[in-house]
Design a binder for this molecule. Sequence first.
Ligand code: FMN
Length: 307
Amino acid sequence: MNNRLEVKIGDLTFKNPILLASGTIGFGEEISKFYDLSILGGIVTKSITLKPRKGNPPPRIWEAYSGILNSIGLENPGIEAFLCEEIEKLQRIDTNIIVSIAGESESEYLDLIKSLNDTKVSAIELNVSCPNVDKGGMHFGVDKDSLISLVKKVLKISKKPVWVKLSPEAKDIVDIVLGLKNVGVNVVVLFNTFLGMAIDWKNRKPAFKRIFAGYSGPAVKPLVLRYVWEVYEKTGITIIGCGGIINYTDVLEYILAGASLVEVGTANFINPMIGKELVEDLYRNIEDESIQDLIGFAHKRKEDNIL
Ligand SMILES: Cc1cc2nc3c(=O)[nH]c(=O)nc-3n(C[C@H](O)[C@H](O)[C@H](O)COP(=O)(O)O)c2cc1C
C-alpha cells in the first residue's frame, strides 16, 4: 500500500513519513491494542535513561487551549530493563524502531549509546531538549558548546544513525543546526515541547511543582513549521518535523516546508488511532505524487506568492 508514501533517509527506508513521537506512546504496547503498528513509518520510544526514573510528582499533565502542558520528568524503567523486557517486543513490529535516550551528563549519554550499539534498532534519537528535569535534558540542547561537545563524542562511538531532537527554546536554532551539521549530524528533529506554565487559580498557585512545563499540541504547529522552513532553507539538513500534527494536511504542510518525516505526539492522547488514520489519509490524498518528491516542494513555489 505504501510505495508512494515511502521515504529514504541514509540507509533507512520508511514505509511512510508517519512516526509516533517519544513519550506519547510508551513502548507502543497500549497503542498496539488499537491497530497494527507495522503500518507506521516508525515508532520513537519513551526516552530511556541509564537508571530507572520515577518522574515528577503530580500533576503531570494540564490541559490548555489547543494543547497540553506536561511535566512527566522522564519516567522510565532505565536502560537495563528496556533491553531485557521491551526491546524484543518492539523488534517484532515490522517498522523502524528509534530509541530515544536522555542523559544527565555526557558520560551517561555515551553509556546509553554503547548499550544500544549491538541491538537491531534503526536509529537513536538524542533527547537534549526535555524541559522537565533538573540535570541534562534541555540544558544540553540550548547551549551550543555543550551540545556540540556531546554530539562529537556520541558520533565517535555510535554504530547507529543519530538524530538530534532539539528544543525550540534555544536562542539561534539555525546556528545550532549548522554547528551540528559541521560535526557530522545528518538528521535533526524539530522540536521537543515549548516551555509554558499554568496557574491553578483556585488554589492561587502555579499548577506544576516545577512551575514551568512542556507545551505541545495544535497551537505549536505554525511555530514549528516556521523553523522547519527556515532550517531547510538555510542548512539543507534532513529534518523530522514534530509539533501539533492532528491531521494529514498538517503532515503535508511539514513535508512541503522541508521535513522528510514527521512525529506525532499529543494527538495520540486525543485519538489513539491517529497514526493509522494519517497513513491512510495520506495514501488517499497523494495520488500521482510521492512524498519523497514533495519534501521541501513549497520552497520552489515561494516565488509564486503574490502578496
Ligand atoms: C506527555 C508527554 C511526554 C513526552 N515525553 C517525551 C520524552 O520522553 N522524550 C522526548 O524526546 N519528548 C517527549 N515529549 C515531546 C514529544 O515527543 C513531542 O516532541 C512534543 O509533544 C511535540 O509534538 P506534539 O505537539 O505532536 O505533541 C513528550 C510529550 C508529551 C505530551
